[in-house]
Design a protein around this ligand. Structure first.
Ligand SMILES: *Cc1c(COP(=O)(O)O)cnc(C)c1O
Length: 321
């Protein structure tokens, strides 16, 4: 079997060039309260303020911008629990490409509405009984569409890495960096940027405890598959890492940590009450893990990627209220 060709930091740099003028250069925020509570210097890369409300616009746009004229004409298909869907839908509209999105029946209403609002065709499925990857592949084969997977794709990974590239360019090297982990697109892209720009950083991926397949995989050395985990972190309900993301994580990440849903709720409240912003549960993974490390971070320079802010308001009120 031939090894898959892994993306490298130069691909992240090329992605940053394609994204210039299309993606937001999101702010890096600080909070005295957070610094005091953790005894560290925290830098939050606020991808909740990215276009479509999550970092996924970076990878989606980069992947679509690389398609040739025939592929653009035929269109693209994506399967996603939400944020990748919006990313592909908006990127496709900006680039004039028709898009079909396969979404779970129980995806947050705001995400489904936003995806339709960007002009994409939405096809729904039951996430507990049907296989979205199979549905996506069938649609691709039947209509000649290009399938853009949410994380296991070199151009998606390279695009996601541009957030960390911006973070290091803005604040310099970091002692620690905490990154939400689902299928590993964000974490592997971040790893490429980290090893190039801040090689000594201790880089941690953070998963919901109920879905710790990434931690099991990272520590055992083989990709572990699990059933769809029940967690409020809907952006990290993936069942397994990818064939591209896994080897990058194994090579470049220091460890994978887990946090509970209750910890995520605490951080949603923190972000809302102290930093005046809405962060979706999955976007809280990094801060929750950093806070749990306690003394270890004292006096250190710590990066936190806030991966997204898309959560229905009634849901937000129910969880954080
Ligand atoms: C998709 C997503 C993640 C996980 O990203 P992966 O690339 O699948 O690891 C984390 N947070 C949010 C908000 C997401 O949308």
């Amino acid at each position: 079997m031939t090894e898959p060709k892994l993306p490298a930091y130069e691909d992240v740099v090329a992605a940053a060039g394609r994204l210039a003028g299309h993606a937001h250069r999101t702010p890096v925020l600080t909070s005295r309260t957070a610094d005091e509570q953790l005894g560290a210097h925290l830098y939050f890369k606020a991808e909740n303020f990215q276009r479509t409300g999550a970092f996924k616009f970076r990878g989606g746009f980069n992947a679509l911008a690389k398609l040739d004229a025939d592929q653009r004409k035929a269109g693209v298909v994506a399967f996603s629990s939400g944020n990748h869907a919006q990313a592909i839908a908006l990127s496709a509209r900006l680039l004039g490409i028709p898009a079909t999105i396969v979404m779970p029946l129980d995806a947050p209403a705001a995400k489904v509405a936003a995806t339709r609002g960007y002009g994409a065709t939405v096809v729904t499925y039951d996430r507990y009984t049907e296989d979205r990857e199979q549905i996506g592949r069938e649609l691709a084969a039947r209509h000649g569409l290009t399938l853009i997977p949410p994380y296991d794709h070199a151009d998606v990974i390279a695009g996601q890495g541009t957030a960390a590239k911006e973070l290091f360019e803005e604040v310099g090297e970091l002692d620690y960096l905490f990154v939400p982990l689902g299928g590993g697109g964000l974490l592997s892209g971040t790893a490429l940027a980290t090893r190039a720009l801040s090689p000594k950083t201790r880089l941690y991926g953070v998963e919901p405890m109920a879905g710790n397949d990434g931690q099991q995989s990272f520590r055992s050395g083989a990709i572990v598959h699990i059933d769809t985990p029940k967690t409020i972190a809907d952006g990290a309900q993936t069942q397994h890492l990818g064939n591209l993301t896994f080897p990058i994580l194994r090579r470049d990440v220091d460890d994978i940590l887990t946090v509970t849903d209750a910890q995520l709720v605490d951080e949603m409240r923190f972000f809302a009450s102290r930093m005046k912003m809405i962060v979706e549960p999955t976007g809280c993974l990094g801060l929750a893990a950093a806070r749990a490390l306690g003394e270890q971070l004292r006096g250190k320079k710590v990066g936190i990627i806030i991966s997204g802010g898309n959560v229905d308001l009634p849901r937000f009120a129910e969880l954080a209220g």
